[in-house]
Design a binder for this molecule. Sequence first.
Ligand SMILES: [Zn+2]
Length: 276
Amino acid sequence: MKSILDGRPALKAEVDKVAEVAGYLWQKGWAERNGGNITVNITEYVDDEIKALPAISEVKQIGVTLPNLKGCYFYCKGTGKRMRDLARWPMDNGSVIRILDDCASYVIVADNPVQPTSELPSHLSLHNYLIGSGTDYKASLHTHPIELVAMSHSPRFLNAKEITRVLWSMIPETLAFAPLALGIVPYEMPSSVKLADATLEQVKNNYDCVLWEKHGVVAVGPDIMQAFDVVDVLNKSANIYMCAKNMGFEPEGMTDEAMREIQDVFCLPKVRPTKK
Ligand SMILES: [Zn+2]
């Protein structure tokens, strides 16, 4: 069967990255059953032929109007689909959608009429904000990283400053590679408007990763690999924290001075970079 990826190596490379990340999510135990979702803005790879592709679904309402998404295209994981299947067959477990000119509806254009994730309105709201704020961020990821979710069961760690300080202090790389960690959203019903709105607020506050109490994380990044990396380094720190606790002690953590030195030497950003 002909695929939208045929003869489009740059687009294929982006979708291959999604498949690679989906495999990691499964291997790490973060993506049980159909858990998690991914959307990637692929508009930069869209040519006239793709723009002319007919819809292969009916027109579907997003549920919100998102003015910055006019004419945008997204690769979206399919609803009910498994990350471990997407890792091998990305175009059977996800699809490419086109946002219509009313900025409030979309159609599927390739390869198969796989209905996008139920979290689509919340993902698209993040993309709408990211475009409007002038960043080059194109990917949004939701997953269930075990140790971070475990920490979210403690009231102590439902404080963004406190959990961020503890995670940064576990290993120098976490501060260096997740300098915009980690926002907190108190428990809300999955797929609810309240959860989506609260997540968007945290991303507006310059957090690249947002921890949902007793559920999972949402991360955004320039591409899906970088969004994954932020979750991976934060969860590594959470794992080190838990290993120390399992050995029977509270880990000491790097000193504030040591962390300030890393911030200075690496000139770490305090806000999300924007395109000039
Ligand atoms: Zn979830």
